[in-house]
Write a new protein. Structure first.
Length: 96
């Protein structure tokens, strides 16, 4: 196969594949990988509780590719639906 040919890609889901909603993502990194912990942020009295349900390890290369794809898709979303506004209290601090 030459570099200009695109391989056929077949995507399948494993038996334990699941969809979840996440409004919290914590990112940790090391020399070898990035770790994304997905969870749900819930109000709990005067505090906030984060319930993580899935962790995913990515290589640095895959993390960068994900960042590029997310940037492109957010730009396309905003072009179609308008600017996504962030809550000012979370715009400069940690985002959960």
């Amino acid at each position: 196969m030459s570099f200009t040919e695109q391989p056929e890609i077949r995507i399948t889901n494993t038996d334990d594949f699941r969809d979840n909603y996440s409004n919290s993502v914590q990112v940790r990194m090391s020399v070898w990988d990035f770790y994304l912990a997905f969870g749900t942020l819930l109000p709990s009295g005067d505090k906030l509780e984060v319930r993580n349900f899935q962790g995913v390890y990515l290589s640095p290369q895959q993390a960068k590719a994900l960042a590029v794809m997310l940037h492109q898709n957010v730009a396309n979303y905003e072009q179609t639906f308008g600017e996504i506004k962030l809550d000012p209290q979370f715009a400069t601090g940690p985002v959960h």
